[in-house]
Design a protein around this ligand. Structure first.
Ligand SMILES: [Zn+2]
Length: 445
C-alpha cells in the first residue's frame, strides 16, 4: 500500500511537471527591431506547433505560470537562472535552455532570428524546400534543456545560387544571404570591366585601352597598366557608387574569359610580381584611396596565381573561382593548382572569397556525382580563412536532387563540420519517403 501511495504521488508529481506551463515569448520592453522581428517569427511557428495562441510578453518580469523563450539581454534572465549572453558578432547567436525557459540572443541584424530557426529545428521543425516544410504537432510543448552555446558561422558571407535560396523565407531559415540583401549589398557583382570601361564605347578609337594578345588588341579585357584606363575605371566606379551609396561591395573584375593583357608594361608587372593578377590588384588597391569600400577582383585561371611582393589593401577582397576543377575529387585531391592558389592568397589577405562550382551545366537533370566533394571543399575553404563563399548551382528547376543539394549546402556553409549523413538521412526520409508515417503535418509556411 505504501509503495502504491508513493507511486501515486510520484505520478502526480510527474504530471504536475508535465502539466506544462504554457510557452510564451518574453521580449524586453526596449527590444531592438531584430529581436522584435525574431519574436514574431517564433510566435508564428510556436502557434503552429502547439495549435494554441502564444503570448508575447513585453514586461521586465515574466509573469508567473509561463515557460518563456527570452530574447536578448532580457532583465528576467536571472529569474530562470539563465546566463547573460556574451557579445556576439553579426549572424552569431547564443542559446541556453534551463529550468523550463530558453534564451536566444543574437548579433547583428539577423543573429536572433537565426537562433530562432535553430530552436525550431531542435523542436523538430524543418524547411526542406520553399514548398516542403515539416511542423510537428506538440500540444504540451516543453522547451528543451540546452547547454550555453555560441554558434558562429564558418563563413561570414554565405550565398547559395540554387533555386530554393531565391525564396526569402527559405534563405532566412537556412541563414543565407537573401536575394533582397544581396541586391542591396552589391553595387557591381562580377565581370565588371565591361561596365566600367565598355569596349563599345572605347575600342574603335582607343584600341590601346584593351588587352594585347601577342598579335593584336582584343576588346575582351583591359590593359590595366594604361593610366587612362585606370582613370576611366576609377571615374566610372565613383559615379556608380554615387548612384548607389549604401552598397557594401563593388566588384572590380575581369570580363568572363581567360584573356589578359600581354603588352610590355603589363608583362613587366607580371614578371616582377610573378602573376598576371597584379595589374588588376594594383587597380583595385588604388581605388580604395578614393572609395572606402570593399572591392573584389574576380580571378579566372589566367590571373588566379597569388603574386609575390605585394598585398591587397585591407578593404580589397580577392575572389577566386574554381570553374576548371575536376569535380570527381575534392579540391585538395583533384585540383592541386587551385588549392595552391587558395593557400597562397590566404597568406596575403583575410578577405578571400571563393566562387565555387557545384553543378554541371550540360544537363541539369543528369546525375552529377560530386556529393562526396562538397563537405571537404568547404572544410578546406574554412581551414584557409576564406570569409565569403558563393556556391554556384543553377536557379532553374527541376534539377538533379536540387532541393536536397541546396539543403545540404546551406547546412555545410554554416558549419562544414556538420554530420552530412544525418542531414541527408533526415532529408531523404521525410522529403522523399517517410513523411506520411510521421506525426505532425506538412506546412506550406
Ligand atoms: Zn597592358
Amino acid at each position: 500500500m505504501r509503495t502504491y501511495v508513493f507511486f501515486l504521488l510520484c505520478c502526480l508529481f510527474a504530471s504536475a511537471i508535465n502539466a506544462q506551463k504554457p510557452v510564451s515569448i518574453a521580449l524586453r520592453p526596449d527590444a531592438p527591431e531584430p529581436e522584435a522581428r525574431a519574436a514574431n517569427v517564433l510566435r508564428l511557428y510556436l502557434q503552429q506547433i502547439t495549435g494554441q495562441p502564444v503570448p508575447l510578453q513585453t514586461t521586465e518580469k515574466v509573469p508567473d505560470g509561463y515557460a518563456p523563450v527570452l530574447l536578448g539581454k532580457h532583465p528576467a534572465l536571472q529569474q530562470f537562472g539563465l546566463q547573460q549572453p556574451p557579445a556576439l558578432p553579426g549572424d552569431a547567436f547564443f542559446l541556453e535552455g534551463k529550468n523550463g525557459a530558453f534564451l536566444i540572443a543574437g548579433g547583428g541584424g539577423m543573429g536572433t532570428e537565426y537562433g530562432v530557426y535553430t530552436l525550431l529545428e531542435l523542436l523538430g521543425c524543418r524547411k526542406y524546400s520553399p514548398r516542403d516544410s515539416f511542423i510537428p504537432d506538440i500540444q504540451n510543448l516543453q522547451l528543451p534543456d540546452y547547454p550555453p552555446t555560441v554558434e558562429t558561422p564558418a563563413f561570414p558571407y554565405r550565398e547559395l545560387h540554387y533555386e530554393p535560396a531565391f525564396d526569402e523565407g527559405w534563405a532566412r531559415w537556412h541563414k543565407l544571404k537573401t536575394r533582397r540583401d544581396k541586391d542591396a549589398d552589391w553595387g557591381l557583382f562580377v565581370h565588371t570591366f565591361q561596365h566600367l570601361c565598355p569596349a563599345e564605347l572605347y575600342f574603335v578609337e582607343h584600341p590601346e585601352y584593351f588587352a594585347w594578345n601577342g598579335a593584336q588588341r582584343s576588346p575582351g579585357q583591359l590593359c590595366l597598366s594604361n593610366d587612362t584606363v585606370r582613370q576611366i575605371v576609377t571615374d566610372a566606379l565613383r559615379e556608380k557608387i554615387r548612384e548607389k551609396p549604401d552598397a557594401k561591395y563593388w566588384s572590380v573584375s575581369q570580363n568572363d574569359n581567360y584573356d589578359y593583357c600581354k603588352c610590355p608594361r603589363c608583362a613587366a608587372a607580371d614578371l616582377r610580381y610573378g602573376s598576371p593578377a597584379v595589374p588588376c590588384l594594383v587597380l583595385s588597391t588604388r581605388s580604395p584611396r578614393h572609395f572606402p569600400i570593399k572591392q573584389s577582383p574576380h580571378s579566372p585561371t589566367s590571373t588566379r596565381q597569388a603574386p609575390r611582393g605585394i598585398k591587397p589593401a585591407k578593404n580589397v577582397s580577392v575572389c577566386l573561382c574554381s570553374i576548371e576543377c575536376n569535380r570527381g575529387e575534392s579540391i585538395e585531391d583533384g585540383c592541386a593548382d587551385f588549392a595552391r592558389d587558395v593557400r597562397a592568397w590566404s597568406a596575403l589577405t583575410n578577405h578571400l572569397m571563393i566562387w565555387d562550382y557545384v553543378v554541371q551545366f550540360r544537363s541539369y537533370v543528369s546525375p552529377f556525382p560530386n556529393w562526396h566533394t562538397l563537405q571537404p571543399n568547404l572544410q578546406f575553404f574554412r581551414q584557409h580563412g576564406v570569409n565569403m563563399v558563393f556556391e554556384q548551382g543553377v536557379r532553374a528547376r527541376p534539377l538533379e536532387f536540387s532541393d536536397m543539394r541546396a539543403y545540404l549546402l546551406a547546412k555545410l556553409m554554416w558549419n562544414p563540420q556538420a554530420n552530412m549523413d544525418s542531414i541527408l538521412t533526415d532529408f531523404s526520409d521525410r522529403y522523399y519517403g517517410r513523411r506520411g508515417r510521421l506525426s505532425g503535418h506538412p506546412s506550406t509556411g
